[in-house]
Each structure stands twice: as C-alpha cells, then as structure tokens.
Ligand binder design. Structure first.
Ligand code: PMP
Length: 402
C-alpha cells in the first residue's frame, strides 16, 4: 500500500513541535495547533468571565460561547441534543460518572458487567469500584488472535444478567477498531447498555453516536488536539434523565433547603461547580480544527502511516509487532531482548518520542505475555519523515544491543 498520496502536512500549525523532532506519542496526548492555543489565549486575555451566573454582559457572552461549544460538540459526534453532552474532566471522569451514577443506581447483586481484555485501566477500575459496592460481577471478553475484541465470544458469554458492556472503540495499545455497531446490537440483544471509550477513536475517525447505536460515549479533549482537563460524556437523554448526580455543589441544583434539595436537569445536574470555561472553548476550537481537515482524511492519513510503519518494522528481524494490520493510528512493538524503556530512551536520543510501558492496560500486557511494549502513535502532524526517523532509531537500538 502506498503512503497517503497527499500527506496532511499540518506540522506548521503546531508551534511546540520543533524541526527534526518526531513526535509519535499522540495516543498519550496530542500536540496543540495554533487555532486551539489562540482560542485558549483569547478566552483568558479577551473574553474571560464565569458562565451561567453573571448578570453582566461579559458573563452572558461567555455563557453563549460556552453553550455554543456544547452544541458544536453535540453535532460533532451526532448527539440528538446538546443536553446529552456533559462536560467532564476527561474520559476517566466520564466513565467514573457512569459507573457511580448509573451503576450505583441500577446495578444489583449478581448483575454482570462485560468489559474486554484490552481495556484501559480507566475502563476497568471504575467498574471494579462499583462492582464492589453493588455486588455486581465483571466478565471479560477475550481477544481474537490479531488483537480485536472477539465479539462472537462476547455474544456467547452475554446473559440477561448483563446490564452494561464497556468497550474501547479503538485500543490505545493495539489500535484495533471495534465493530461498534455490532457490539451495540449484541449488547442490546440481552438488554444491556453499551458504553464506548472513544478516547482513541474521536481523534482519528468520524464518530456518530446515533449511527453506532451506543448508549454512552466518552472522550478526552487533550487527545483531540484540545486542552487537558476537559472531556465529554455523551449519554442518551433518557438515561441521563434517570441518573442521580455524582458531585453536589453549585450549578447542579434546582432548589436547596436543609430539608430537601432538588437537582437541575442534565447536563447541569452532572456539572457541579464552576466549569472549565476556557477548556470548553479550546475543545470547540479543536473540533473546528479537525473538522476542517476532515476526519475521513485524518483516518486515511493515519491508516497510511500505520501501514508503512508496520511494513518497515516487519522487515526488521527481532522486531515483534502487536495488533492488526488495519490498526487506527497506533503501532505497538517490541525489540527482542531490549526492554521497551531502553528502546524509548535510545529513540529519544535520536529525537523520536514514543511511549514505552504498560499503557495503563496491564491485563492486556499479561495477555500478550509482556510487561510493556513500545508504542508509536500518529497525528495530523506526522509524515513519512517520522517513520524514517523511527526505523533509523530502532536500527540504532539493535546495533547498540548487538
Ligand atoms: N481510555 C483510553 C483508551 C485511553 O487511551 C485513555 C488515555 N490514555 C483513557 C481512557 C483515559 O483518558 P484520560 O486520562 O484523558 O482521562
């Protein structure tokens, strides 16, 4: 397969990527393009005020911008209404919110939760916490030999006791893409809900929650070229309506008395306290940025980079590749006889930044029979020059370790 005929060539938009530095750690966090940095700077330097409460014009204007960002986010992922968009700190908080609020209300002793072997710790531990509290039990769907969630096996494991299925839309280690529509059908057949962890999907492919048929979807802005500290929980309106708040405080109430407090409808019910106002503006700018490029174009670009990387690395003996050939934007690998941390350190000397470690997916590491992998992951700023630098760096690793 040829490399993307037209590389995206967006490097110039990213002031924090110096010339000659191959940044291959976008799955951990994406670098920020100038329009996002400018939107954040403007939010603090020109238009700053709190939202939802101020009686003065500046605050009313900021509230309009904040709620416009919510509508922008809703249309970006195909939500029916902006009220289905809850701003949270990140995917981790979004999953904890569903586990604590939905799970804490609806899970009963003996109910079952279905996860998969490849989940990120943030789609495992919140469920363990709520399982301990409610008496629910966690089941784990296996993987196919090429590193996808085995939906046939999952379908065979699901029972009427399963209330929720939580799966990564794209694996942060293997890059494998879930057939999310099929996962939703399978979950719904037994009456279970489907939560998708979209952290690694939203930056690299078009996502439409209505078309996918899922029930909850979470992602973090910082992996989508936006700021840290802000993320999104989307939930079907009727599910959010039935859920109690996780945090209490200002902005999430209808009326407070010491005898009885009533809560605001979603999304305010789940957004206690002063929100990350400027973070939300940064998220909207990031959405505008990727939308202008086009998620289809980004998917094609990263797909080509993955194919070229896998081809180049499979030509090096002593390099083991993980995950499927059609992975989205992520390639995990190991160099025989060299710890991934050493691979990462030597690559850093060659000005190639990769991630090495367990990637917050220790059960997947155990499944793969390793305690860590090296991982290269791509973004809109990467091109064939970064793959060349990666391959040259790995050849240097092999020379150093003989
Ligand atoms: N899920 C996946 C698949 C991820 O890649 C990550 C981030 N590594 C998370 C969840 C957690 O995201 P955050 O740390 O932004 O909350």
């Amino acid at each position: 397969m040829p490399v993307s005929a037209r590389p995206l060539d967006r490097l110039a938009d990213f002031p924090a990527i110096p010339a000659g530095w191959a940044y291959l750690d976008t799955a951990a966090t994406a670098q920020k393009p100038r329009p996002v940095i400018d939107a954040i700077a403007r939010g603090y330097a020109e238009t700053y005020a709190t939202v939802h409460r101020g009686v003065y014009q500046r605050s009313a204007d900021m509230t309009l911008a904040f709620e416009a960002a919510r509508r922008r986010t809703a249309s970006f992922i195909g939500a029916r209404a902006p009220e289905e968009i809850v701003f949270v700190r990140g995917a981790t908080e979004g999953i904890n919110l569903v586990a604590q609020s939905w799970g804490g209300t609806f899970l009963k002793p003996g109910d079952r939760i279905m996860l998969s072997v490849l989940e990120h710790h943030s789609n495992i531990v919140p469920w363990q916490l709520i399982a301990d509290r409610t008496g629910a039990v966690i089941d784990v769907a296996p993987l196919t030999s090429d590193g996808r969630i085995d939906l046939d096996a999952m379908a065979a494991m699901l029972t009427e006791r399963h209330r929720i299925v939580g799966l990564a839309h794209v694996s942060n280690v293997l890059g494998s893409v879930l057939d999310a529509r099929r996962a939703a059908e399978i979950a719904h057949q037994v009456g279970a809900l489907l939560l998708l962890d979209g952290c690694q999907a939203v930056p690299r492919m078009p996502v439409d929650v209505a078309a996918l048929g899922c029930d909850f979807y979470v992602f973090s802005a910082h992996k989508l070229y936006g700021p840290t500290g802000i993320g999104v929980l989307w939930g079907r309106g009727e599910l959010l309506d039935a859920m109690p708040p996780m945090h209490g405080g200002g902005a999430m109430i209808d009326k407070v008395t010491f005898e009885k407090t009533t809560f605001a409808p979603p999304p305010a019910r789940f957004e206690a306290g002063t929100p990350h106002v400027v973070g939300v503006l940064g998220l909207a700018a990031a959405i505008d940025y990727v939308d202008a490029i086009g998620l289809d174009a980004i998917a094609a670009h990263e797909g080509a980079l993955v194919r070229e990387t896998r081809e180049a690395l499979s030509g090096l003996n002593s390099v083991r590749l993980f995950g499927p050939d059609d992975a989205a934007g992520i390639v995990s690998f190991a160099v025989e006889g060299v710890h991934p941390h050493d691979v990462g350190t030597i690559l850093d000397e060659s000005r190639v930044a990769i991630r090495a470690g367990h990637h917050c997916a220790q059960p997947l590491m155990a499944h793969l029979g390793v305690d860590a992998t090296a991982r290269a992951s791509f973004g809109v700023y990467n091109g064939p020059q970064d793959i060349a630098a990666l391959v040259a760096g790995i050849e240097r690793v092999r020379r150093i370790f003989g």
